[in-house]
Design a protein around this ligand. Structure first.
Ligand code: S3P
Length: 184
């Protein structure tokens, strides 16, 4: 019997502020997939905000726990997973994702990231205490460091082109077409 199979998991990667959570939710709805945001899952499992966690335990412990959370998402199927901006940059997280689903990089310019992050600093511990200029510098520096990893995604999409519901619909149809293969 022939049946269709689709990407079991779609991982959204990219810098903070590139829209992984909001686009991920819409994409999951369009594909009729479940949705997981690893930061939200982290907070639910730890019973505190990311800010509180960073303050108490620091970034190194956050990265270890973030990695465990990413691994736990591999037990789920038919799911869109929005990752944290640093998730692909630690341990073998990127290859885990590349081998377990379709990895989509939401690419955004530093200007777009700055415009979005300038008003959303308080919930992001790595930038919460930065001035405007420091934030801009952080975006340029960290983006340059992380882009070689983000660029290893299976596909890259311009995050600024995903504002309308039509664009999400188009992306979901493209993913279905790209991910479809036959099993016998
Ligand atoms: C981080 C990004 C955040 C969150 C944590 C660390 C990073 O996620 O995981 O604050 O290293 O860039 P978003 O990309 O959803 O902001």
């Amino acid at each position: 019997m022939k049946t269709y199979k689709y990407f079991q998991r779609i991982f959204l990667i990219g810098f903070s502020g590139s829209g992984k959570t909001s686009i991920g939710q819409k994409l999951a709805a369009a594909l009729d997939y479940a949705f997981i945001d690893t930061d939200t899952l982290f907070e639910a499992l730890q019973g505190c905000t990311l800010g509180e966690f960073f303050e108490q335990y620091g970034e190194a412990i956050f990265r270890k726990k973030e990695y465990e959370i990413l691994k736990s998402t591999l037990l789920t199927e038919s799911v869109v997973i929005a990752t944290g901006g640093g998730t692909p940059c630690y341990a073998d997280s990127l290859s885990l994702m590349l081998n377990s689903g379709h990895v989509l990089y939401l690419k955004a310019t530093p200007k777009m990231l700055y415009d979005r992050l300038a008003n959303a600093r308080n919930v992001r511990p790595l930038i919460s205490d930065k001035s405007g200029l420091e934030l801009l510098e952080y975006i340029y520096d960290v983006l340059q460091e992380r882009e070689p990893l983000y660029n290893q995604a299976h596909s890259t999409i311009d995050a600024s082109n995903l504002k309308s519901s039509k664009a999400i619909e188009y992306l979901s149809r493209w993913l279905v077409k790209k991910g479809k293969w036959w099993t016998i």
